[in-house]
Design a protein around this ligand. Structure first.
Ligand code: SF4
Ligand code: SF4
Length: 493
């Protein structure tokens, strides 16, 4: 018996063994997920649900809190996504309904010979970062949360863009380089407690076919479209949890495994499909946009923003809201982050005593320390909306069914809060403290990874710790302001 066959037998026997830290070995859920078509089932369910949301958005009630499109997109989707990222991983990408038009695009592109490689200058996160900025400005300018019709059209454009991009470009071009939701999920999953990764390095070393990346010729299962070769994969960046690698691996050597959350932020190996974090300005920009947007998105919903907009509009003598929004977002996304990162990086380098180190290198290395706090702010914000308006889905569905001619009883419009109101701020505080704790740990570990010497690391870390502390105060200030209850239903509407 060849050593490869022995390895295979060992793998098969282990496949049956329950391991608490590997979700793919759990009873019921493990066999379901290991079934090659499980993802299609989840995608189809979400596609059907999204089609209903789009339909209601186009022809249903015009009041946002009564419409399935707005309630599901702005209250439930966002809240459930951040909570799933916190406790499990990138579950939305795993079941993403936009994958189905992508598959159609892939098929059409291959059939008509339209597919080519993504141009080299687009193989990065710059476009995605720009799209995120455009989205956040549009969200405020057009009050997207308040318009079922616009929300429906956003969903439709998403399907069309995924279809077109994957018709013309090979690989998972839409997921990796374009999709703003995907980038948010990659960012959030950096803090998740699980990862798709190999079970045993020796099995990979003995494997000659590398089907997890090359595809499995026997079963026709494709390998990882996002170029995350399992042997060299490190962390969740760019991983859609699609499980293609799991289905392709002939040795059943890939699991959905528990891990030390955040660790991937402080190590800096050359990662498959990504390279080194510290060498990529585009990833730095993506981190900055998503951390900053956590603040700007929440800031856009509190009372002081209206006074600030008025002051800017008066100064510019503008009657439209757009100039003041562009000023606020321009300062927030660009000017403030550049100044703050340059000053913090400068003092970090000064205190470390490594004056020869390029400032850009210091910033690209330490910016990941801000990711956990940024995610904590997203959690505190989106969980607030979900916990204050989560139960509105019940009367909204009742109303939708009644309008469709299916008797679902009198809509219970008084339903809304998932937890008592006085739980909200303590829960937000927990999320913010989790974020700040994570940022402090990551910041110090980055310094240690970078400088090896504890004293040097501590000195280099101090300016970043001060920045994290100030960002925490800013987050608390925002959370303590009265917040608009966007998309939430009130009795009497
Ligand atoms: S994960 Fe990839 S390299 Fe490792 S055993 Fe499976 S196919 Fe081979
Ligand atoms: S590594 Fe690639 S194939 Fe495997 S789950 Fe992640 S994105 Fe999918």
């Amino acid at each position: 018996m060849s050593s490869e066959m022995i390895v295979q037998l060992n793998e098969k026997s282990r496949r049956m063994k329950f391991t608490a830290g590997d979700i793919l070995t759990w009873p019921l859920i493990g066999p379901f997920l290991r079934w090659r078509y499980s993802r299609r089932v989840m995608q189809t369910v979400l596609l059907l649900a999204t089609s209903v949301f789009v339909f209601d958005g186009l022809v249903g009630p015009v009041q946002a809190p009564k419409n399935l499109a707005t309630v599901s997109a702005w209250v439930h989707y966002r809240g459930l996504v951040v909570l799933a990222l916190l406790v499990a991983g990138n579950l939305f990408c795993m079941a993403c309904p936009f994958m189905l038009p992508r598959e159609v695009g892939r098929w059409l592109g291959a059939k008509w010979g339209l597919q080519g490689n993504v141009p080299k200058f687009l193989r990065n996160k710059w476009l995605a970062a720009l799209l995120l900025i455009i989205f956040f400005i549009s969200y405020e300018y057009w009050d997207l949360w308040a318009s079922p019709w616009l929300t429906a059209w956003i969903l439709i454009s998403y399907f069309l863009t995924a279809l077109v991009v994957d018709t013309f470009f090979k690989g998972a071009a839409f997921c990796k380089y374009v999709c703003p939701l995907g980038q948010f999920n990659f960012f959030g999953s950096l803090s998740s407690p699980t990862e798709i990764k190999i079970r045993d390095a020796k099995t990979c070393a003995a494997c000659h076919t590398k089907d997890c990346i090359a595809g499995n010729r026997q079963t026709g299962q494709r390998g990882c479209e996002l170029w995350l070769f399992q042997e060299k994969k490190s962390g969740n960046m760019d991983c859609t949890f699609c499980l293609d690698c799991v289905y392709a691996c002939p040795h059943d050597n890939i699991g959905w495994q528990a891990r030390l959350p955040l660790q991937e932020l402080w190590i800096d190996p050359r990662r498959a499909g990504i390279g080194r974090f510290s060498q990529r300005w585009d990833l730095t920009a993506l981190m900055v946009v998503l951390v900053t947007a956590a603040y700007l998105n929440a800031f856009g919903m509190i009372t002081p923003v209206y006074a600030l907009q008025q002051v800017i509009s008066d100064a510019l003598n503008a009657t439209s809201e757009l100039p003041s929004l562009l000023v606020i977002f321009g300062v927030g996304f660009l000017i403030l982050p550049v100044i703050i990162l340059a000053v913090t990086g400068y003092f970090s380098r000064l205190l470390s005593g490594r004056s020869g180190e390029p400032l850009g290198q210091v910033i690209r290395r330490f910016v990941y320390a801000l990711a956990p706090l940024g995610f904590g702010v997203w959690l505190a914000h989106y969980a607030f909306h979900f916990l204050t308006g989560g139960l509105t889905i019940i009367p909204v569905v009742q109303s939708f069914l009644n309008d469709a001619g299916v008797s679902a009883g009198q809509p219970q419009w008084q339903l809304g809060q998932v937890v008592p109101a006085d739980w909200l701020f303590p829960l937000q505080t927990i999320f913010l403290y989790l974020g700040v704790f994570g940022s402090m740990v990551v910041g110090f570990q980055i310094a240690l990874y970078q400088y090896k010497d504890r004293h040097v690391a501590l000195r280099a870390f101090i300016p970043w710790a001060i920045l994290v502390g100030l960002l925490l105060l800013a987050a608390f200030w925002i959370m303590l302001q009265p917040m608009e209850m966007r998309g939430t239903l009130f009795i009497g509407l």
